[in-house]
Design a binder for this molecule. Structure first.
Ligand code: MG
Ligand code: FE
Length: 170
């Protein structure tokens, strides 16, 4: 199929940009999570996971005889949103950050699902295998965020209420 491999390469470059963006976001989040030790630990862990994911995507491109250069600009609407939503992380809006992170993981999942199929269509099982490793890790992170969100919400609301009470007493 003419052009299919070019498409796979384009999408892998998009995925590389996606993971680079993820690393930045996760780094920024760790700066705001001192009151949420479990979340902080998980975000740090996923940052390390994400470093490896970017490396796997690079390996995929190398396997196809190319590299991460000429990454397409405007990789996607969600990244545009990621930029505009970065204000979310400015305050103590850990709940909004959690919701956004969950959506981001789902976006990564969908990207890898399409990539895996594209790799299969190209007869590139090694690329499919590496992308499946990344997919499993995104699914694990999405599940964790999904499960933790209610607890994080409780912690946030109680902290906020306590701070307001303390404020009122002054
Ligand atoms: Mg990732
Ligand atoms: Fe992820």
């Amino acid at each position: 199929m003419a052009g299919t491999k070019e498409t796979l390469i384009d999408w892998l470059r998009d995925a590389y940009a996606m993971e680079t963006q993820a690393i930045e976001m996760l780094e920024r989040q760790t700066e705001r999570l001192e009151h949420y030790p479990e979340l902080l630990a998980k975000v740090r862990e996923h940052k390390a996971v994400t470093d490896r994911q970017a490396e796997r995507v690079r390996q995929c491109l190398k396997h196809l005889g190319t590299d991460t250069s000429s990454i397409k600009s405007g990789i996607g609407m969600l990244l545009g949103n990621a930029q505009s939503l970065s204000g979310i992380f400015a305050g103590d809006e850990v709940v909004k950050a959690g919701i956004f992170s969950y959506a981001f993981e789902q976006w990564e999942i969908a990207n890898y699902r399409a990539l895996i199929r594209a790799a299969e269509e190209c007869g590139e099982p090694e690329v499919a295998r590496l992308c499946t490793e990344n997919l499993r890790e995104e699914e694990e992170m999405a599940r964790w965020l999904h499960d933790q969100l209610p607890e994080v919400t409780t912690t946030f609301l109680r902290r906020k209420a306590n701070m307001q009470t303390a404020e009122a007493k002054r």
